[in-house]
Design a binder for this molecule. Structure first.
Ligand code: NAG
Ligand code: NAG
Ligand code: NAG
Ligand code: NAG
Ligand code: NAG
Length: 331
């Protein structure tokens, strides 16, 4: 009895001590996961002391941590997820992920990263990489290994002026790509070609003025395509041909005056309210006929179909496109 009690006490003491946790952080231990979260606390350095060696998920966010090293991470060799949102990181060492061979997710949103060293992600079998809201002007092919298994890449909110075509050649498994809120003016020929598994592509909030007819011709599995808030004035009539799975397409808040006949003909999977073309200066002359006929047949697929208005000519200004008659259009 006494021995039983003693050994129970020993176990309780031992495990209480062993499951340590860094100051200012919270640790959550379950049979398959050890999660450490340091959220909005006055840390300026990586919280090494007390870090459980079997940590699988580490979050350090809204702190003033301004550097992180391979030595810090190699103390947690089972790490699978690393979330470092909104800290004060301006660079990463090239060997940072050397000691974490199971790391599959890295999120570095809202830091001050302006460039990253070559092969920085080459040591980890990354599937998800989030670099949102940093100061990056380019995304380099050298960051990732040739056989990268990345399925999600978020480069939104950076300063990219060109699509990182060389990097994309390594991303044949990519399913979700976010390039929104950068400074892209064009998508170079074939640069999206290698992304044959792509399902979601976000190009919102760039400076795209035109798109080549073949821009998306290899991305047959696209289901979501966001082109809103660019400077698109005209679209090639075959741009969306060969995208049989597309469910959501946003073209709102561009500078479109017309839609070329045929543009929407092959979009057989568009969801209810899945097509958004609001916020464009539609010209309701003869050339609006294609859009007008498409709307009459498919108005349920159009987001706010009942609020789509003509911007010109003066005689039809503010008229609902749906309400136009053949004689309005001079047909
Ligand atoms: C990590 O260690 C703690 C305490 O030593 C233990 O309770 C937990 O089950 C371990 N977790 C994993 C994923 O091995
Ligand atoms: C980070 O540093 C700034 C400036 O010194 C300070 O105002 C802020 O409270 C710090 N943040 C945290 C979470 O400690
Ligand atoms: C952020 O990091 C820079 C160095 O990159 C340092 O000079 C600055 O003091 C840090 N800011 C805070 C609030 O810790
Ligand atoms: C990608 O996955 C394959 C098959 O699962 C694996 O052999 C390869 O090592 C992985 N690539 C990387 C960079 O981890
Ligand atoms: C496209 O999606 C289908 C259905 O999800 C899948 O079977 C196919 O392998 C995908 N194609 C590519 C190139 O990934």
């Amino acid at each position: 009895m006494k021995i039983w009690l003693l050994s129970t006490l020993f176990l309780v003491c031992c495990c209480h001590v062993a499951s340590s946790c860094p100051d200012l952080c919270q640790c959550y231990v379950s049979p398959r996961k050890t999660e450490v979260v340091c959220n909005s606390v006055p840390l300026t350095q990586f919280p090494s002391e007390g870090m459980p060696s079997n940590t699988t998920s580490l979050t350090i966010q809204y702190t003033n941590v301004s550097s992180i090293s391979a030595l810090h991470l190699s103390a947690t060799p089972l790490l699978q997820e690393l979330y470092l949102y909104a800290n004060n990181l301006s660079s990463l060492p090239a060997d940072l992920f050397r000691g974490v061979p199971l790391l599959s997710t890295v999120a570095l949103s809202d830091n001050k990263l302006d460039r990253l060293p070559a092969s920085v992600f080459g040591h980890a079998p990354l599937q998800n990489l989030v670099l949102k809201n940093n100061l990056m002007v380019s995304a380099d092919a050298e960051w990732l290994p040739d056989n990268s298994n990345l399925t999600w890449l978020d480069l939104s909110g950076n300063r990219l002026t060109a699509v990182p075509a060389a990097l994309f050649k390594k991303l044949r498994r990519l399913e979700n790509l976010d390039l929104s809120h950068n400074r892209l003016e064009k998508i170079q020929t074939n640069s999206l070609g290698p992304l044959i598994r792509l399902e979601r592509l976000n190009l919102e909030g760039n400076k795209l003025a035109t798109l080549e007819p073949s821009t998306f011709s290899s991305n047959l599995n696209l289901t979501h395509l966001f082109l809103l808030e660019n400077r698109l004035e005209e679209l090639p009539s075959t741009l969306f041909h060969g995208l049989p799975n597309l469910q959501h397409l946003s073209l709102d808040n561009n500078r479109l005056r017309h839609i070329p006949p045929g543009l929407l003909d092959q979009l057989h999977s568009i969801a209810e309210e899945g097509l958004d073309i609001t916020g464009n200066p539609w010209v309701c002359d003869r050339k609006v006929e294609y859009l007008w006929r498409w709307l009459k047949k498919n108005h349920k697929k159009m987001f706010m179909a009942n609020d789509l208005r003509c911007a010109s000519p003066d005689a039809l200004k503010e008229r609902l496109v749906m309400s136009l008659t053949e004689s309005d259009l001079g047909l």
